[in-house]
Ligand binder design. Sequence first.
Ligand code: SIN
Length: 334
Amino acid sequence: MPDRRLPVIAVLATGGTIAGAQADTASHAYQAGALGVERLLDAVPGLAQLAEIQAEQVASVGSQNMTYAVWATLAQRIDSLCQDSSVDGIVVTHGTDTLEETAYFLSLVIRHDKPLVLVGAMRPATAPGADGPANLFHAVALAGCEAARGRGPLVVMNEDIHYAREVQKVACAGVNAFASPNRGRAGMMRGTHAQFFSRNDTVYGTASEFSIEMLNAVTWPRVDVVHAGVDMGSDLIDFLATKAQGLVLAGVGDGNATDIAMRALQRAAAQGVAVVRASRTGTGRVGRNVEVDDDAAGFIAAGELSPQKARILLMLGLLVSANPTELQAFFDRY
Ligand code: SIN
């Protein structure tokens, strides 16, 4: 007889629209994170034939309210489930607004190859045509799949599979809101089958300098993002430089800004604030010393990371080093 043991999948719920409830199904308005994990699982047809589920409620928040404290709890729980040989894979249900940030954070601190899949929904659970049940079905199938092993955290939305470093929420509404604009999606789900298009050739945390241990009792460095635009001034940057340990420029084009803003960033770097140049364009690669003399200014180039992901890497990087050269090495690697 072939072994027909179902995979054991731990589902860690954190809230979001996937757990959202409307007062009235005709209305766009809803409360994110209102329903518990059991309600989400009950709505997925065929789940009992797919996996043996162990459900846990880690948090119940709209992901705009995700916190470093929840991140630390989530990362610690994932780490211990990764070490539990009775668990085959892990699914995290999450709001879509900051899902890409949590996925990228986990890719930096989780040092295991066990399948880990993050999933959300764009429509609340009570809406007609709710996308949560299908997305959750795919997430559980993917987490039970050998092909998902060793790729770092994956995100599954609307049948598409994304790598944590690549994925971005690219639309504020609609079920097709996720994309991997730089390198393309990792693959797609066809029923319970995961079809991968590529290996994950970006580094993820199995060998990184970052770990969950460093999150214990840590005070996270403050890193702010400043958004560039026409006629941008310097006063916001000068103010933030007195508060933050790091600044990320969501720059125009190749991570640029007005001369006056760039001079303010240079002043900030000179006083020891780590300054990262990223792009507000949503895709592409901000390279060192192209339009801006990063060596002279003491800046760090974000490479392919979006401003929001650059912020996370800079926060973790600052827990290890404040040296711009060492920080640049993290951006070159992750
Ligand atoms: C949230 O991010 O929690 C709200 C939006 C969503 O999940 O789609």
